[in-house]
Design a protein around this ligand. Sequence first.
Ligand code: ATP
Length: 215
Amino acid sequence: MLKLIGILGGTFDPVHYGHLRLAVECYERLDLAEVRLIPLYTPPHRHSPHASPGQRLAMLKMAIKDIQGLTIDDCELHRKDVSYTIDTVSAIRGRVGERPVCLLMGMDAFNTLHTWHQWQSILDYTHIVIADRPNNTAEQNTPDLNTLLNTRSVSDVQLLHKTPAGKIHKMIMPILDISATQIRNIISGGMNAKFLLPDEIIEFIHNNNLYKSKT
Ligand code: ATP
C-alpha cells in the first residue's frame, strides 16, 4: 500500500507557526508521505477571511518553501464555494484510490466536528488525527463525539497505514499557543507579530496592508 498522506485544512488567515509545527510534527512522527495544506475558500461557520484567496495562498507558499514534506492543495479555492470538508475528503479519495489518508486537526477543531456538514460520513473517506496538548483535562466532547472516539480510536499508528480510512488517532504534542486571530489583533493594534509566523509573511502582510482593522 502507498504511504499515508496527511491533509490539514484551514483558513490560514494568516498561516502561522502553530499550523506549521502541527504539520511538521505529524509528517515526521506519523511517517507521512506528505502533508497537504488546504486553504478554504468560504468557511461554513464563521466570517469570511480578511485576506483574499490569492493572498492566503501566497503566504502559504512562502511558509512551506524549503520545508520537506509540506505541500499545498488549492482544490477548495478552485471550487469557489462554501468549503465543506466532506466534499474535499471525498474528492481526494477519488484521486488517490485506496491509499490511506488522514485529516489532521487540533482538539479545538475536533470539538466542533459534530457541527460540520455530513460529519458522520467524513471517516468513510479519511482517518482523523487529533493533535492534543499533554495533560489536557479541559477536553469536553459531546456524547456524539465521545461515541465516535470510543468506537474509532486507535493508539497504534501502524493501523492508520494499513487501512484507507475510518480510524481516529490522538497525538499528544506541545501545541504552540498561537492563533491567526491573535496575530490579526496584534497587527491591527500596531504591535509586533515576530516569532509567531515567518518574517517573510509579516513583511507580506505589511506590504499588502492586511489586518489593519480590528477583527
Ligand atoms: P483563527 O484564529 O482565525 O480561528 P486559527 O489560527 O485557529 O485561525 P485555522 O486556520 O482556523 O487557524 O486552523 C486550521 C487548523 O489548524 C485547525 O485544525 C486548528 O485546530 C489547527 N491549529 C490552529 N492553530 C493551531 C496551533 N497553534 N497548534 C496546533 N494546531 C493549530
